[in-house]
Design a protein around this ligand. Structure first.
Ligand code: PLP
Length: 381
């Protein structure tokens, strides 16, 4: 039975929104299966940190679980706690949840209560988890992270050496996974990829036997040498191109439509927006859209970004404001640009990567910056 009241309030919310963010769960699931196909027999974990790259972990994680994901990675422990609830509600309490940021002092009980698996990033972290296992009187699961070239998180070479020389430091720790992270995976010709591979193999040889996990989205496309026993697919699941030098093998997950608030003609030599950074060359039609930098439409897109109306690109002119942006729609027939209508800010003809390029950033940042004022619509199962 349709629920007319729900329907009506949904429609009302859509009618009020300055922008509509449509997230295609089928496309995301399809992207998960695409990574699995690339990996052949190696399983793929789903990286859902930062609220599934801004798209909503409550909807995306169950979609990946239904598509076959049995392991998930989050950033901080709070995200793990949230994901535990999401997966339990979806009947997927058996999935593994790895916490990339490791175990901070005092958070050990959270890991046990929510069956989270810490990624141990230093000897101090290893010691903390060993003590937790000792206090629990039972082995506790963990992943070990070795740093092979990021110099960010993970055990540096000397700490790997200490673990190799003093294996007792891992007493009570059930090492489920040994991970490392690639710095330049989206550049297949970068020599650092092969160097990291060599360093990772050397570290594995020194550590207890455990499944190994190296590749992120782009790493998956570097070929089977990088696949090991588990991959960690992130941004590609959400439609960003993991192979920037080649056509995008992933499906677009996001469509962002901005509402047309006003359309006006301005006289030649009038300026547009803060700082008067754009001056009309002739009579110009300006459409004002109800999306601004507070919604994650970055100010860097001022005078650089493009939107699409009925398949035609129109430029952002003037500075992006907090709640609005302005487009030069002079070239479009009047009937196609009407207040109340929509333009595509991200869509089939202008994808996340294209917008990121215009903003001088990466698709990751565009997605995770998407604000909370949009009316969100999830389509697909
Ligand atoms: C974010 C992250 C990933 C996922 O990377 P993508 O490039 O989004 O696929 C994998 N591993 C680690 C350690 C990460 O921080």
């Amino acid at each position: 039975m349709p629920r007319p009241d729900t329907r009506r309030s949904e429609d009302a919310a859509a009618a009020r929104a300055g922008g509509i963010l449509t997230i295609d769960l089928d496309a995301a699931a399809c992207n998960y299966r695409r990574l699995c196909k690339e990996l052949a027999v190696v399983p793929c974990a789903a990286v859902v940190k930062a609220d599934a790259y801004g798209l909503g972990v409550g909807r995306l994680a169950p979609a990946f679980a239904a598509a076959g994901a049995r392991a998930f990675f989050v950033g901080p422990v709070d995200e793990g706690i949230e994901l535990d609830g999401v997966l339990a509600a979806a009947g997927r309490a058996d999935a593994e949840i790895y916490v990339l940021n490791g175990v901070l002092p005092g958070t050990e009980p959270d890991f046990r209560t929510h069956r989270l698996i810490p990624v141990l990033n230093s000897l101090a972290c290893v010691e903390r988890w060993r003590a937790a296992a000792s206090a629990a009187g039972q082995p506790l699961p963990a992943a070990l992270h070795v740093d092979t070239g990021m110099s960010r998180l993970g055990l540096p070479d000397d700490e790997v050496g200490v673990l190799a020389a003093e294996p007792g430091r891992l007493d009570g720790i059930d090492v489920r996974l040994i991970v490392s992270h690639l710095a330049c995976a989206e550049e297949p010709d970068n020599p650092l990829n092969a160097e990291q591979l060599t360093r990772f193999r050397a570290a594995l040889a020194q550590l207890p036997e455990a499944p190994a996990c190296l590749a992120n989205s782009s790493g998956i496309f570097l070929g089977p040498d990088y696949h090991f026993d588990l991959a960690r697919g992130g941004v590609a699941l959400y439609g960003v191109n993991p192979t920037p030098e080649r056509p995008n093998p992933m499906r677009q997950v996001v469509r962002l439509q901005g509402r047309i608030l006003q359309v006006r003609e301005i006289d030649p030599s009038r300026t547009v927006g803060y700082g008067a950074t754009h001056r009309a060359a002739g009579r110009t039609r300006i459409a004002t859209i109800g999306v601004g930098y507070a919604d994650g439409y970055m100010r860097a897109l001022s005078n650089r970004g493009h939107a699409v109306i009925e398949g035609r690109q129109v430029p952002v002119v003037g500075r992006v404001s907090m709640d609005s942006l302005t487009l030069d729609v002079t070239e479009l027939p009047e009937a196609t640009v009407r207040p109340g209508g929509f333009v595509d800010l991200i869509g089939p003809d202008h994808d996340v990567d294209a917008l990121a390029e215009e903003a001088g950033t990466i698709g990751y940042e565009i997605l995770t910056a998407l604000g909370h004022r949009y009316h969100r619509v999830y389509v697909g199962s």
